[in-house]
Design a protein around this ligand. Sequence first.
Ligand code: COA
Length: 534
Amino acid sequence: MSTVTSEHPETTPSDPSDVNRRGMLDKLAALDAEHAKALAGGGEKYVARHHARGKLLARERIELLIDPDSAFLELSPLAGWGSDFTVGASLVTGIGVVEGVECLITANDPTVKGGASNPWTLRKALRSDEIARANRLPVISLVESGGADLPTQKEIFIPGGAMFRNLTRLSAEGIPTIALVFGNSTAGGAYIPGMSDYVVMVDGGAKVFLAGPPLVKMATGEDADDESLGGASMHARKSGLADYFAVDEQDAIRLGRQIVSRLNWTKQGPAAAPSYREPLYDADELLDIVPGDLKIPFDPRDVIARVVDGSVFDEFKPLYGSSLATGWASVHGYPVGILANARGVLFSEESQKAAQFIQLANRSDTPLIFLHNTTGYMVGQEYEQGGIIKHGAQMINAVANSKVPHVSILMGASYGAGHYGMCGRAFDPRFLFAWPSAKSAVMGPQQLAGVLSIVARAASEAKGLPYDEDGDAKMRAYVEGQIEAESLPMFLSGRLYDDGVIDPRDTRTVLGICLSAIHSAPVEGTSSFGVFRL
Ligand code: COA
C-alpha cells in the first residue's frame, strides 16, 4: 500500500496556494448566491402564502421524510440557471435515506408558478429517473404541481410523456415508486400517482383529476367540485387510486416512511468495508490546489490524498503516461479505481494506459472515479503520425463500453475529446459533479476565437479581399467572452450537464453518498468492449 505524500507548505499572502484559496472562496461565494435563489423558490410572497395555507415547503417535506439527521444529496439545484425560469426549475431532486433505504426523492416546489413543469423541470425530472434506474433506487415523488407550464407547453408536452413511461418502467424493473400527493396533480400530472406503485393522498390537499371543475363543465356540462372529482377521501373510498388516506401532510410523510419500511429492500452491490481510515490530510486544503489560471498544472495526487481512505493510493503504471495518474484506492470503504489528469494533455501513452486500467477495473468489478483537468488529446504532426486518434479511440471505447459504475468530478479544465475520454456527460457516468473552478467546452476560449480568426482570414484571402483587422479583434474578444461564459460550471449546471456544482471540501462526502447509492444495484464489469483499434 502506498500513502500519497502531499506536503502542504506554510502559506504567506504571496504564496500561490493563498491566491488559489482566495480565488476558490470567491467562486464559492458566487455559487452560494445562486444556490440561495433555488432555496428561495418563488420568493417571499409565495412562500408566505404557502405557509399561510398550512402547507410545508418542498424542502421541509423532504427534511421530515428522510431519517433524522441524515444527509440529503440535492441534485441539479441550479437547473434552469441563466434561463427565463427560476433557478432550480420548480423541482427539488436528490438522494436521501428513508427508513435506512437510499431513495431518489423528487418534490415539486409549489411556490414557483404553482409547481408547474417547464422545459428545465422536465430535464431535471428525466435525469432523476435515470439516476433511480441506473442505481436501482426506490423513487418517492412529493407531488404538488400545476402540470405543464402552459406558455412553454410545446417544449414539454410531447417529450414529457417520458415521465409517466419511466415510472412504470421503473416499476417493471422491480424499483418501487411511491407518490405522496400533497396538492394539485391535474391532467397529465394525475399519471404521477396513476403510474406509481403506492399512492398516499392528503385530505383537503390532494386534487387528482384528469380535468378540474371548469373543464368538466365545458366538456360535458356536468357540475362538480374539486373534492368529488379528485379529493383524497374520494380516491381512498371510491376510485381506489389512493392506497393510503393521510389526515395531513405530516401523516402523509409518516405513511411514506411506513411504506418504505415494508419494502423489504436490500442492496444488491457488495457492502463497504466495515471500517476505514479518514484521509491523513485536511479536506480544507482542497481550496488551495486549483489555480485560477487553468493553464497552470496541479498534481491531482494532492486531491486524492484529501479524498480517499487513509490517503492510500496504489498507483498503477506510475512511470508510464505520467500526465494521467491511475490507481486503486477506497472511499468510505468502497473500492475504487481513479483516473486523474496530471498535466492537462492526454498523449498516446496516457490513452492506452487508461484503456488498460478501465479493462482491469471491469475484471475486478471496481467502480471508477474520473478526476478531470484536461485540455484534450495532444495535437500536431508527431502525435497524429504516432496514432493519437487510434489511441484516444481506445480510451473512449473502454470508457463507453465499461460496465462498472463511473463518477466524474470536473476539478479544472475538461475540454474537447478529453471530456469524452474522461467520461463526460454523454458517456453516462452514474454521477457527474463540477467544482466551481471547472470549465468545459469544445476547446479553450482563446483557441476557439483564434481558430475562427484563422478561418475568416483564409476565407477573405481566398476572395482576394483585405482582412478587417479591427473587426477581427472585436470578433475575437466577443467570442472569447461568450465561450468563457458558456464553459463555466453554473452555466453548464443550469443546462443539466452535471448533477451539481460542489464545494471541493465536500468531495469525499459526495462521493461516499454516490458510492453508497450506486451499490444499491449490482456492481459488475464486462469483458465486452468494441474492437480496439491497435
Ligand atoms: N402554467 C403556467 N403558469 C402557471 C400554471 C401552469 N400550469 N399553473 C399556475 N401557474 C402560475 C399562475 O399563473 C400564477 O402566476 P402569477 O402569480 O405570476 O400570477 C402562479 O403560477 C401561482 O398560481 P396560483 O393559481 O395563484 O396558485 P395556487 O396555489 O392558488 O394554485 C394551481 C395553483 C396549480 C392549482 C392553479 O394555478 C391551477 O389550477 N393551474 C392550472 C393547472 C392546470 O390545469 N394545468 C394544466 C395541466 S396539463
